[in-house]
Ligand binder design. Sequence first.
Ligand code: NAP
Ligand code: MG
Length: 501
Amino acid sequence: MIDLDTDYGIGAAAQAFLARAGKMLIGGQWVDSASGEFFETRDPATGRIIGRVAAGDAEDVDKAVRAARNTLEGRLWGGMLPAAREKLLLNLADLVERHAEELIELESLDNGKPVTIARMIDIGRAPNFIRYMAGWATKIEGATITPSVAMGPHARFHAYTLKEPVGVVGGIIPWNFPFVMALWKTCPALATGSTVVLKPAEQTPLTALRLGELIQEAGFPDGVVNIVTGLGETAGAALARHPGIDKIAFTGSTAVGKAIARAAADNVTRVTLELGGKSPVIIMPDADLDQAIVGAARAIFFNAGQVCGAGSRLFVHNAIYDEVLSGIARIASAMKIGPGLDPATEMGPLVSEEQRQRVLHYIESGLSEGGELLAGGNVRAGDGYFVTPTVFGRVKPEMTVAREEIFGPVLAAASFETIDEVVNLANDSQYGLVAGIWSTNINVVHRMIPRIRSGTVYVNAHNLMDPAVPFGGNKQSGYGREMSKMAIDMYTETKSVYIAY
Ligand code: NAP
Ligand code: MG
């Protein structure tokens, strides 16, 4: 599919995958799109094309949904015992571990992220996540209930609940953590016995396709996981409105999330939404400043700010404002920016030229609306979709950079005096995904936590994830939770049974 002579600076396994990748996985077969159309995926560090991938549309989605339905109802998967599903997921975890280096290179090349991040987070943590979800397959339980209804003086009822797979799941995912997102949408579904049609983001389809191969190698029956690559407005929209889908699991922007929920409403399809954020980080005057400065810089610049929980709004107490902001600006200016495949790189390019233009537009708005530029604010010379880590100080709450999700390495900082003031500032957002508090006064922290409207609060930390801890949003950051037993609940239906005796 691509020019094999091109040296991307990756190993033989990743190179071989690039050479064979491009088809979609439907019912256990690797196929071209029905239309025969393709789209290109690029290396964000250079803008070079690294692969051509099938552009699926409504017809391909329909085939994939039928395959997933057949498998759901068939003996091979529908009749499989929980321990056997667990074993298949454990096989998959082992395979991900074994092919980690290849996956790290593919993720870095397709998304632009530093290999160090892919190694530590995206691919490094994947086996643990898969194994955690594998464990749930054998631990899904209903309840036994003694109802008080009766039929006449003698007949009584015994009641119990069954937890059944939700059915065919449509997973629609973004490009910022492509492999992680693919796992979040598939593994809990597979633990419950559901089947999946997954649509990766157009910018980063490669590791989801490699995951499809590993799922086959792990021994999952054909049609358990189907992967339809394609554009959001065609393949994604077709999935969201398909009557054969029982549940849509979406991660992405709030605007697209709303469109998906509307489309799904016609079929009363279940929906969970993990959407955007504009997450506050609060630094109290008693914080350990060395830790807080590094922590606040990481909270926004990790993964070039392309993180749903990025700490993009910073509130620093007046007494320490100048010290904290100059510290963060120093870190921003010293960050090593370069191609993700260079092990010395601390921050890679943004995912696409479109995303870079979006971020630059926000930087211009920060300047024109009166933000004080303390670091960055420009592109890096040469090829690739680079933007330098940018810090705006003295940002007013009504400024665009304080209100809208930028999804890039741009920090909007302001100062505060009282706890009431900073709680109001933190909550003054349509979003409510995560929040960070840096303080050594645990009493104050405990009083602030219940007042902050967000799905997660980090104290003296940021951007942590654990498979056992629920993750999701309040307000327009979405509904439903991923990770933990709550994720399993999102992929099951409850059936109540009454038996007269
Ligand atoms: P996006 O534009 O909303 O796209 C997400 C996915 O939806 C992509 O696969 C996209 O396809 C697809 N899509 C686009 N239009 C669609 C439509 N009309 N119908 C169905 N599907 C459609 O988001 P993004 O720019 O890729 O990702 C950034 C956003 O994701 C940010 O807002 C970020 O906060 C959010 N995010 C949230 C979390 C979380 O856990 N809360 C995690 C990560 C990211 P194409 O890309 O192929 O067009
Ligand atoms: Mg790409």
